[in-house]
Design a protein around this ligand. Structure first.
Ligand SMILES: Cc1ncc(COP(=O)(O)O)c(C=O)c1O
Length: 375
């Protein structure tokens, strides 16, 4: 495949692998690492990331939907895939036939599942310890759920999990509250019956000691090289994702001339501007106006309203047509952009649409150019 429009994301698998190795080496007291590859591997490519995770010894993936699970299953027949969100009862057989691990998030859901008489399902049960999202919240419902599972020879219980709502905080109180709730909800049940107990995400790993009863962790943002904490980490992580484009036209405008839709930018002087073929349909939302991109190691601001397919930067006379523009990466860090947009690093990368082809780097060389729109 060729790059038809000079806008592309670079996914550096060497960096990704380094991150994963650093994390797995440093946090050795965990037995099970789940690579969280939902949302197309946080925009990095679910299959490519899953393949690298597998090579690093990770044999469990977590995704959010059955669709995501099946997409990976086509390519990786043997890896364990946990679906974090509930799968509709009508589609449970599809999950079973594709060896997808199911989340039991609710007692009524479990009862309905059992009524369907579905055989040989591997399950993880999710309890809600304070996030107030998915999960069984009280001790009696949990006890009843476990009794149903134990008495049903078709359900194979493998895991128990919960999710931490603010593990990234420097204030541990809510984390401790959730751990206490974990004990309260599970107090009548022997935790030995679960092969894997996992309670949290990257921030849980990076910010908290492992409780004794836990042996698994669900690793998302950190393996992609981003830091979910406000403080500096004990280990080195580097972002594996960057986004590039190029200058397709350079022009000069006179003082007081206007730029773009709604004439939102007015030149204060005679100025030079550069046009770049990336816009909000690629995930560079209009709120990015005013923030910097980098060209030849120098920063230039985005001006005027960002269009669907293009944006405009104020440049100087060193910039030429075909010069490469860093939209995300190197000195234009994801944290800077997240801060500018008043959001989190997750949203910045997950927003980059699949219109942008991905170039994969491995062993220092470009190995694939992949487009999800044009095959
Ligand atoms: C249930 C669950 N576990 C784990 C993760 C991974 O989180 P992180 O990317 O912060 O590591 C997520 C991400 O949203 C999640 O929803």
């Amino acid at each position: 495949m060729d790059l038809y429009r000079k806008t592309w994301a670079i996914i550096n698998l060497d960096i990704f692998n380094n991150n994963l190795k650093n994390l797995m080496n440093y946090y050795r007291d965990y037995n099970y690492f789940f690579a969280v590859v939902k949302a197309n591997g946080y925009s990095h490519g679910d299959i490519e990331i899953a393949q690298e995770a597998l090579k690093n010894g990770i044999n469990y993936l977590a995704v959010s939907s059955l669709e995501e699970a099946l997409n990976i299953r086509k390519e990786l027949p043997n890896i364990n895939i946990l679906c974090l969100d509930p799968i509709s009862i009508e589609q449970i057989d599809i999950a079973k036939n594709n060896n997808i691990i199911i989340t039991i998030h609710d007692l009524d859901y479990l009862k309905e599942l059992v009524r369907q008489n579905t055989s040989n399902l591997k399950i993880h049960i999710k309890i809600d310890t304070g996030m107030n999202r998915l999960g069984i919240k009280d001790n009696n419902s949990f006890k009843e759920a476990i009794a149903i599972i134990i008495n049903n020879k078709y359900l194979e219980i493998e895991g128990l999990y919960t999710h931490m709502a603010n593990a990234d905080s420097s204030d541990n109180r809510y984390y401790e509250y959730q751990i206490n709730n974990f004990y309260t909800i599970t107090k009548d049940i022997s935790l030995d019956m679960f092969k894997i107990i996992h309670i949290g995400n990257s921030a849980t790993l990076l910010n908290h000691n492992k409780p004794d009863f836990v042996n698994g962790i669900r690793l998302g943002i950190a393996m992609y090289g981003l830091n979910p904490l406000e403080r500096k980490l004990d280990i080195v992580l580097q972002p594996a994702f960057s986004l590039k484009s190029e200058i397709i036209q350079v022009k000069s405008i006179k003082k007081n001339e206007r730029v773009g839709y709604s004439l939102n930018y007015k030149a204060e002087n005679d100025e030079l501007i550069g046009i770049i073929p990336i816009g909000y349909a690629d995930g560079i939302i209009r709120k990015n106006t005013g923030r910097f991109v980098s060209i030849n190691n120098k920063k230039y601001p985005i001006i005027g309203n960002i269009c669907m397919d293009m944006l405009i930067v104020k440049i100087d006379d060193t910039i030429k047509v075909n010069d490469i523009v860093t939209i995300i990466g190197e000195d234009i860090t994801i944290d800077y952009i997240a801060n500018y947009l008043d959001t989190i690093c997750y949203e910045v990368i997950c927003s980059i649409s699949d219109r942008v082809p991905r170039i994969y780097i491995k062993d220092g060389k470009e190995i694939t150019l992949k487009s999800n729109r044009f095959k």
